[in-house]
Design a protein around this ligand. Sequence first.
Ligand SMILES: Nc1nc2c(ncn2[C@@H]2O[C@H](COP(=O)(O)OP(=O)(O)OP(=O)(O)O)[C@@H](O)[C@H]2O)c(=O)[nH]1
Ligand SMILES: [Mg+2]
Length: 258
Amino acid sequence: MTMGAAISPSLLCFDKCIAKTLRPMGSPSSQSLDSNLIFYPNLQVPQKAHTITRIAPMSLFSQLRFHTTVNELHMLPQNGLEVAFVGRSNAGKSSAINTLANHTRLAFVSKTPGRTQHINYFDLGGERFLVDLPGYGYAQVPEAIRAHWQQLLGNYLATRPNLIGLVLIMDSRHPLKPLDVNMLDWFLPTGKPVHVLLTKSDKLTRQEQTKTLTQVRQSLEKWPNCSVQLFSSLKKQGTEEAEKMVGDWFNQASQRPN
Ligand SMILES: Nc1nc2c(ncn2[C@@H]2O[C@H](COP(=O)(O)OP(=O)(O)OP(=O)(O)O)[C@@H](O)[C@H]2O)c(=O)[nH]1
Ligand SMILES: [Mg+2]
């Protein structure tokens, strides 16, 4: 992938003009995969001859382990496939990773925005990683630090060949803020998919959830390769749907020829 080399550092601020410097990577793999192929590392098979017992397959994320923290692009892991969690500061990225892993303190969560300040890698096994990124849109950080984050984030998203898809976290009470729209405009021309988690859905009534989901889904129709669901880390809502989407991305990417 060479598109990163063409990007001027001055454009790395999620500005719409970045989209002009990116070229679609070609359509995503046309292989259609059986949805049952989701990655289940330690699927156990019932042993007793006369008992037919259905054992729930182990969650894709249940083996998730902290791997490394990176503050410079040249320190990124060399190999593997990765799905990154991105979104506004305080939207709930780190919480979503913890919830999917069914773990309370894997990724660092805080009430204070701007908490995740580096690129944090979590290992799923089999050279597959989830990546927790610093949030964007938080004004209360010194300019120099914010500029560093933006450059790190922009370069990572634009140039990282190992990255196979983005999970874009939005607070369901404030979806599709201008920076989120810029992110979609900017990233989707890479040809890689984006799945939106409308998180903190526990803060909405059932009716508001349905309305928000419908509205956001309609707004996203103009972008190909983009899907959306409701999610709540507090209520553990939407974990299976998110896991299936990310699992399918990993399966499809690992079957693609290099
Ligand atoms: N009610 C509710 N609160 C949530 C949910 N997800 C996250 N939160 C809260 O939102 C705050 C921010 O969560 P984080 O997961 O740290 O958000 P983040 O996007 O990683 O934030 P930065 O790393 O600062 O960009 C914390 O107080 C969480 O407890 C959710 O689904 N429901
Ligand atoms: Mg965080």
